[in-house]
Design a protein around this ligand. Structure first.
Ligand SMILES: Cc1cc2nc3c(=O)[nH]c(=O)nc-3n(C[C@H](O)[C@H](O)[C@H](O)COP(=O)(O)OP(=O)(O)OC[C@H]3O[C@@H](n4cnc5c(N)ncnc54)[C@H](O)[C@@H]3O)c2cc1C
Length: 216
């Protein structure tokens, strides 16, 4: 497995709890949708993070939620430009197959920072036929929304009525039946993924067309 030190360019705070970490990409190659392990080069401690940036950029970016009492996310938040991080990878198989790349209708469902692989997909490939459901608590958590076509993006806010839909992504899917032919990509917390997978299967989507990446 490739392991290299990358320099931190910037920590970009998006909300009080969430930030982007931008690293020099160097010659790091990956497929959109993959993740890496970021490690503290001094202690060796590390965690998995999905790549947020596209294959077209010269920087490597990650969208991170700072977890209260979470060791690693707080370590990342306090990194200074010019310091180094170990990047191990890429890893994972949450990538688009030929059919998905060739215009097949896709449904992307994310919660919170689970929007990262989808952000990388749409910025890396031009002609995806997708719709996105992004589930967050508050409207200011619509990370990277401008990367998605306005008419293909729906922000589901569960704690305030300021998004496109007031309620969780699972409520949205209960109200609006989905086409059985969709290929669905789900990324985020395990509760959402389990609930939505069951719901999509009930709507008639075959299990091989439901692809998942669990963050926690
Ligand atoms: C394949 C994969 C990809 C991942 N990609 C990302 C990513 O792109 N961005 C990201 O922020 N995290 C991502 N994670 C989670 C990440 O690896 C860490 O678990 C997270 O940053 C917390 O680490 P910590 O040491 O701060 O807290 P810990 O003490 O390790 O975790 C404490 C608790 O925080 C909760 N938690 C973990 N991650 C999140 C999150 N993203 N949002 C809300 N609650 C969470 C969980 O309940 C966890 O048990 C990913 C995990 C996996 C397995």
């Amino acid at each position: 497995m490739e392991k290299n030190l990358h320099q931190v360019r910037e920590i970009e705070q998006l909300t009080p709890e969430t930030f982007l970490i931008h690293l020099d990409r160097q010659n790091f190659e990956f497929k959109p949708g993959q993740y890496v392990i970021l490690r503290n080069p001094e202690t060796g401690e590390g965690r998995e993070y999905s790549i947020y940036s596209s294959t077209r950029e010269d920087r490597l970016s990650f969208l991170v939620r700072e977890i209260k009492d979470g060791d690693f996310s707080r370590f990342l938040k306090h990194l200074k430009p010019g310091s180094s991080l170990m990047v191990e990878g890429p890893r994972g198989f949450f990538i688009l197959d030929e059919q998905s790349l060739n215009g097949h209708p896709l449904l992307f469902i994310a919660t919170g920072t689970g929007i990262s692989p989808f952000h990388s997909f749409v910025n890396s490939y031009d002609k995806l036929n997708y719709e996105v459901l992004h589930g967050v608590h508050f409207a200011d958590e619509a990370y990277g929304r401008s990367a998605f076509a306005e008419d293909r993006f729906c922000l589901c806010t569960s704690r305030e009525d300021k998004g496109d839909y007031f309620g969780r992504v699972s409520y949205y899917l209960k109200e609006k039946p989905v086409d059985k032919e969709l290929i669905c990509y789900l990324c985020g917390n395990s509760d959402m993924i389990e609930e939505v997978t069951n719901m999509l299967e009930t709507h008639g989507i075959s299990p091989e067309n439901i692809r998942t990446e669990v963050f926690f």
